[in-house]
Design a protein around this ligand. Structure first.
Ligand SMILES: [Zn+2]
Length: 252
């Protein structure tokens, strides 16, 4: 198996093992009554456990005798990028710190270039025994390919999520009412706009409970683009269904 794939598998092992303290919380949570005074203690315990999960992941290359369990299972060693010699625990901490912050990007980096961003920062690389024997440092130019692939994936996921979210928003009853309100509005007619050229560009939903009467106010805000004009329509949910609101700052 390639060292870079081993690294990804080792990451998932270490990540899941470090979440074990969270299991403790799940057990305690099932035993405790949220109305009891013990609940404050429980909240503190939750905080402590969350911090221990993070600490365990950060220091798993320190507490398990210098190599995390994931690294041991997969037979990996974190070594110096130039010499393939063991590195100090301080340097072993750096890739973990980066993994914690950029886990998704780090996985792409390691798959594309064989090293994570944290590896570049700490000048390290994860190798198996066999690849250590005839090790020669790889040129750093692969970092450029990794950056490009990461950016493309992030932009792709973002745009995909946005388009998917807007398409889903169009399925609602509120959207139909907002769309109809827009195309039948005076402004729309005055500007002589084409209803077929209406594009939904933003959608925002919020639900708030009023402190005075305890009633829930649901609001859906739609942003439209028609030619070079933009419109915003705000809808509220009433007992008789969704209605357009012209009082809220929105429709223009
Ligand atoms: Zn309103």
């Amino acid at each position: 198996m390639l060292d870079r794939i081993k690294r990804v598998v080792a990451f998932f092992i270490d990540w899941n093992l470090s979440l074990l303290p969270a299991l403790l919380i799940a057990v305690v949570a099932s035993l405790i009554d949220t109305r009891s005074p013990l609940f404050v203690l429980f909240a503190l315990l939750c905080l402590f456990v969350m911090l221990s999960c993070v600490a365990l992941f950060l220091f798993c290359d320190v507490v398990f005798g210098g190599r995390s369990l994931g690294f041991r299972i997969l037979g990996l060693y974190l070594v110096d990028h130039k010499t393939a010699m063991p590195v100090s625990w301080g340097r072993r901490l750096v890739p973990r710190l980066f993994f914690l912050q950029l886990n998704f990007i780090e996985l792409i980096f390691v798959l594309v270039s064989g090293r994570t961003v944290g590896d570049y920062a700490a000048c390290t690389v994860a190798l198996s025994k066999r690849s250590m024997e005839n090790y020669a440092p790889k040129p750093v130019k692969r970092i450029v390919v990794s950056v490009i692939v990461s950016l493309l994936l992030i932009v792709g996921l973002f745009v995909g999520g946005l388009i998917g979210g807007l398409e889903a928003a169009k399925q609602s009853e509120a959207y139909e009412i907002a769309y109809e309100h827009l195309v039948e509005s005076d402004a729309f007619e005055r500007l002589d706009l084409d209803p077929d050229k209406v594009h939904l560009t933003s959608y925002n939903y919020s639900s708030t409970v009023s402190a005075s009467d305890g009633k829930r106010l649901e609001t859906a805000t739609y942003g439209f683009f028609v030619g070079r004009y933009s419109f915003t329509v705000v809808c509220h949910k009433t007992e008789s269904g969704w209605v357009v609101c012209e009082d809220c700052p929105g429709f223009h």
